[in-house]
Design a protein around this ligand. Structure first.
Ligand code: HEM
Length: 458
């Protein structure tokens, strides 16, 4: 047994109890202060665990990629998420995870992207038509971005992945997801969670949200079973999938329900947050919007963009990447627990250590992104990217558990950014309060964010 040397970090008087309130109050400031004081590894004692946060890109790579096999996801937050995701790909470990990832992966195969691009572009256009109808000539219309981006992403994911129209249900789905995200963060952080049968308003809302979402997903499967046709969407694929590389088995309805629930939730909430920050940046920087519009006109003009066009939208892609850098929708990844003693960043971590990257801090580190609060899409020119360590930028995580939907989400955000800049001028609504970031599952502005849309002069 080797003797363990712990990296410097805050020491407290009661197993992390004095640290947690500071972390809950403002996690971004907490980690900025910790990094200034202790450097790239922040090691704390939380309850019975040694808890490590890694901020240097090389350490992030070790954790997510090179040493990934020495970790599982920490069971406490995973148990919270499993209440509604049950045993889907985002929850499972080991052989069960390998099989589930293999069954879901074909939905994200590059050959499906031409079809997804066509249906995404027409869903986005329908939504833009609806916003456009609200604009009176010479006047602006106001858009609350939290709800509008949820409506848009649900509309897209409903059609492309499940072959259904979710527009009538998007308010309730958005409400249920935001109740569960808020609750998830609360339950992760709580020392003790009260049982769900207690007659408390919070518990009533949690039960409503879980039951509502369960009903939505089971409805997709019921409708599909009645028609029983391969529509080429994800749901058809899951219901018809055979594990050809494995046991030749299929997924039963309960397993399809679990995977579909995860893809519905993981697939729309983070993307809605990412899209919200793209729209915010177009509204803050008219010159960026003009360049995105000029590129749209040059690449696809007045017709509907295709997947091949998306690959030509280089500047718009850089705008989306820079938005995800400044405002990464997933500020970290799930916490990992070491199943053996393991080496990271030159330290030996004992078995059962808890580890995570904090993507937000790495994305805002001036060593990799000089003047980090400045919005500058040119940071993502290939020659600039080549100067940075690989994991200085990782909005979708990395390694074996990298986001399965990253290319789907990127295409969706690029198309929405490009098509909306083609249609509208945008500005942040005057009098909008300074942005305060919320700490729910996806990074969003606290209390919402309003912008104004106008039609550009002909
Ligand atoms: C801007 C949008 C998105 C962001 C920022 C994002 C971010 C992430 C991150 C950071 C992880 C890794 C978590 C970890 O390692 O602990 C992840 C995993 C995952 N994401 Fe995404 N995601 C986005 C969109 C999507 C979409 C569109 C889908 C599906 C339609 C999706 C499905 C998943 C799934 C299923 C996993 C778990 C993969 C596994 O454990 O094998 N995500 N995502």
């Amino acid at each position: 047994m080797s003797s363990v040397i712990y990296p410097p970090g805050p020491r407290d008087w009661c197993w992390g109890m004095s640290i947690l309130p500071r972390l809950k109050k403002d996690f971004i400031k907490f980690y900025a202060d910790m990094q200034a004081e202790h450097g790239d590894i922040i090691c704390m004692r939380i309850g019975p665990y040694h808890d490590y946060t890694f901020l240097h890109p090389d350490q992030v790579k070790e954790l997510l990629v090179t040493q990934a096999k020495h970790f599982v996801r920490f069971e406490v937050p995973i148990r919270v998420m499993a209440q509604w995701n049950r045993n889907s790909v985002i929850i499972a470990e080991g052989d069960a995870w390998i099989r589930q990832r293999r069954m879901v992966q074909p939905a994200f195969h590059p050959r499906r992207f031409a079809g997804y691009a066509a249906s995404m572009a027409s869903m986005i256009e329908q939504q833009l038509d609806e916003w456009s109808r609200r604009i009176e000539p010479g006047k602006a219309t106001e858009l609350e971005l939290n709800q509008s981006m949820t409506d848009l992403t649900l509309h897209i994911i409903g059609r492309t992945l499940f072959g259904v129209d979710l527009r009538d249900q998007s308010k309730e789905i958005g409400r249920a997801v935001s109740i569960l995200s808020e609750l998830a963060v609360k339950e992760f952080m709580a020392t003790v969670n009260l049982p769900d049968w207690l007659p408390l308003e919070e518990k009533r809302q949690k039960k409503w949200s879980m039951k509502y979402l369960d009903g939505v997903v089971r409805g997709f499967i019921r409708d599909w079973r009645q028609k029983h046709e391969d529509r080429g969407d994800l749901l058809s694929m899951l219901l018809l999938a055979v594990d050809e590389e494995g046991d030749q088995g299929t997924l039963n309805d309960e397993q399809v329900r679990d995977e579909a629930m995860t893809l519905l939730l993981a697939g729309h909430d983070t993307t809605a947050a990412g899209m919200l920050w793209c729209f915010y940046n177009l509204s803050r920087f008219p010159d960026v919007l003009q360049r995105v519009r000029a590129e749209a006109q040059r690449v696809y003009g007045d017709r509907q963009p295709t997947h091949a066009d998306v690959t030509q939208l280089d500047y718009t892609t850089r705008v989306v990447k820079e938005s995800l850098r400044i405002f990464p929708p997933a500020i970290g990844t799930f916490t990992r627990r070491a199943i053996h003693e393991v080496q990271i960043g030159g330290y030996t971590l004992p078995k059962n250590s808890l580890c995570r990257p904090f993507i937000y801090a790495t994305h805002h580190d001036p060593r990799w992104f000089p003047d980090p609060e400045r919005f500058d899409p040119e940071r993502f020119l290939p020659e600039q990217e080549a100067t940075r360590p690989q994991f200085a930028y990782c909005p979708f995580g990395g390694g074996p558990r990298v986001c399965i939907g990253q290319h789907f989400a990127m295409m969706e955000m690029i198309l929405a950014t490009s098509l909306s800049a083609r249609r509208f001028d945008m500005a942040v609504t005057p009098g909008q309060k300074p942005i305060e970031l919320s700490q729910n599952l996806s990074l969003r502005p606290k209390g919402g964010l309003k912008i104004q849309l106008t039609k550009p002069a002909a």
